[in-house]
Design a protein around this ligand. Structure first.
Ligand code: OGA
Ligand code: MN
Length: 295
């Protein structure tokens, strides 16, 4: 297996190992897992992808999420990201499906708004527009390591509130439905996620983050905005230009990503599988301690 760096200080292309190899071989999984822990974003080119093959590969890394209400693919292990409507035609730009793909164009990490956050997301391109539609990544681990020591220390002991409705409100008020809000109340996570395999911390931030526990609303929001800006500063991103057969996986604990726009009349179809984080992935201690637990 060859690991070829493709981004600025993170993100790598894996050569010589296929998704199928990872499913069949413990050694291939171990090698890819180690590269995942080290590089945060892994690119596999020229894969023979199907839903089943993608899911079998994904399951190697942990328990697959069940797609939430309100997302295409609900109840299955797949999230269908597309602007192609049920009639096979591209939906108009003000259609819910188009607005939801717009929300993915805000810098975020997947599932930080859920009760169980995600370790990794695995995304495959099925219909690729001729122009644009790239996916862009930054390393919140590198961003964390660039902070001055006192701020890093402060953040290590800070907790941020994440809400699905907050990120959707930035696109269109009411984009999150009452049904979604009922099953997705705000959740609170430590602002630094430490990787248990290498000890490196990463900022845990997203478009879903809106407040810092114990801080005045405006002060907390301002700090989140500043950290988001620092983490996504010019020159820090890896822009993935999709080709047929590409599969990209990323570490939701240590990166943020966003979709890039494409001409509204061009179809795009992506399929995502998402793996929940477990204690072994450093999840223990990420939640806000209850008052009793803190004593
Ligand atoms: C995702 C996502 C962006 C894109 O799959 O989680 O944010 O480019 N995708 O489709
Ligand atoms: Mn996403």
């Amino acid at each position: 297996m060859d690991v070829v760096r493709v981004g600025p200080g993170f993100a790598a292309e894996i050569r010589g190992v296929t998704l199928g190899d990872v499913v069949r071989s413990k050694a291939a999984y171990a090698a890819v897992r180690a590269a995942f822990e080290a590089h945060s974003v892994l690119v596999f080119r020229d894969q023979d992808v199907s839903d089943e093959k993608q899911l079998a590969f994904s399951r190697r890394f942990g328990p697959p999420e069940v797609t939430k209400v309100g997302s295409m693919g609900t109840g299955s292990h797949f999230v269908i990201l597309t602007t192609i409507g049920p009639d096979g035609k591209v939906v108009p730009p003000d259609h819910r499906q188009a607005l939801r793909s717009k929300a993915n164009q805000l810098w975020h990490t997947d599932s930080s708004f859920k009760r169980v956050p995600a370790l990794t997301s695995i995304l495959s391109a099925r219909v690729i527009p001729d122009h644009g539609g790239e996916t862009e990544f930054v390393s919140t681990r590198l961003a964390f390591e660039l902070l001055d020591e006192s701020l890093a220390k402060q953040l290590e002991n800070s907790f941020a509130w994440h809400s699905y409705a907050h990120s959707r409100d930035q696109i269109a008020p009411g984009l999150a439905t009452p049904e979604e809000m009922a099953v997705l109340p705000p959740v609170c996570w430590r602002m630094v996620w430490r990787n248990p395999t290498n000890g490196r911390g990463a900022l845990y931030l997203a478009s879903h983050a809106y407040a810092i526990e114990g801080m005045a609303a405006a002060t907390g929001k301002k700090l989140i905005d500043e950290l988001m800006a620092a983490a996504t500063a010019p020159g820090t991103a890896y822009l993935h230009k999709w080709r047929q057969g590409d599969v990209v996986m990323w570490d939701n604990r240590a990166t943020m990503h966003r979709g890039r726009p494409w001409p509204a009349h061009e179809p795009r179809l992506m399929i995502r599988t998402t793996i929940s984080a477990t204690e072994a992935d450093g999840l223990a201690g990420m939640g806000l301690p209850s008052p009793q637990a803190a004593e």
